[in-house]
Design a protein around this ligand. Structure first.
Ligand SMILES: CC(C)(COP(=O)(O)OP(=O)(O)OC[C@H]1O[C@@H](n2cnc3c(N)ncnc32)[C@H](O)[C@@H]1OP(=O)(O)O)[C@@H](O)C(=O)NCCC(=O)NCCS
Length: 189
């Protein structure tokens, strides 16, 4: 499968993973602030395994979670990309868009900027019909990114995440969707 190696946005480069990304990615995934809306921070080994999973996804499908690099400084700042949803739910099979950035790069519009580039790839290059995104109910920063890129909350689509125990406070999830037609409308008004 031919891999989409790189996408561009005004301030960022979305690229394939390098072995040298591990220290910065592991630091990000070990940070309780970053992982506040996930079950737990990740160990270095778990972060390495996650990069392995991302690379496997690119090898299998051509697209995946790209590493984000800051154009001016070359710094690794996090990741944004597309993943095939890996569990069964009412809305699957589906391709989800997701993001995770180091806290020093929050509040600057980088996640939304990268997500726009990823949506363009999803609809223009991969010709997908729809992209979804989901997060735990209290994760409002992530929902703001979804809204910023024109995604709409599917009020009927809220679900309990099957990988979390019943009663876990992060189990209730909201679902956002954007179709190719909605994306075109957002772009062209
Ligand atoms: C979710 C996450 C990526 C959001 O990051 P973010 O920086 O808030 O998102 P954006 O890139 O859209 O930036 C928007 C903010 O930048 C500000 N901003 C500054 N310059 C901007 C610009 N040029 N363009 C757009 N927004 C800009 C906006 O006003 C907004 O600030 P506000 O939240 O105070 O209103 C980040 O919180 C994160 O990594 N969280 C941990 C991981 C996580 O939960 N991932 C999602 C799992 S589903």
């Amino acid at each position: 499968m031919e891999q989409i190696k790189e996408l561009e946005s005004p301030r960022l480069r979305l690229r394939l993973w390098r072995d040298t990304d591990l220290p910065a990615f592991a630091a990000l995934c070990a940070d309780p602030k970053v992982m506040r809306y996930f079950p737990a921070p990740l160990s270095r080994l778990e972060s390495a395994a996650l990069i392995g999973r991302f690379r496997g996804h690119f090898a299998e499908y051509g697209y995946g979670m790209w590493a984000l690099e800051h154009n001016e400084t070359g710094a690794f700042i996090g990741c944004t990309g597309l993943l095939n949803v890996s569990f069964a739910a009412a809305f699957t099979p589906a391709v989800e868009i997701g993001w995770r950035l180091a806290p020093e790069y929050w509040g600057l519009g980088y996640a939304s900027e990268a997500a726009w580039a990823v949506l363009r790839c999803a609809f223009d290059r991969l010709a997908l019909d729809q992209v979804v995104s989901f997060t735990s109910e209290p994760n409002l920063p992530s929902q703001k990114v979804m809204q910023a890129i024109g995604m709409q909350c599917d009020l009927e689509g809220s679900f309990e995440h099957p990988r979390l125990d019943e009663g876990h406070p992060l189990r209730p999830h909201v679902l956002y969707r954007i179709s190719r037609a909605q994306w075109l409308e957002t772009l062209h008004g």
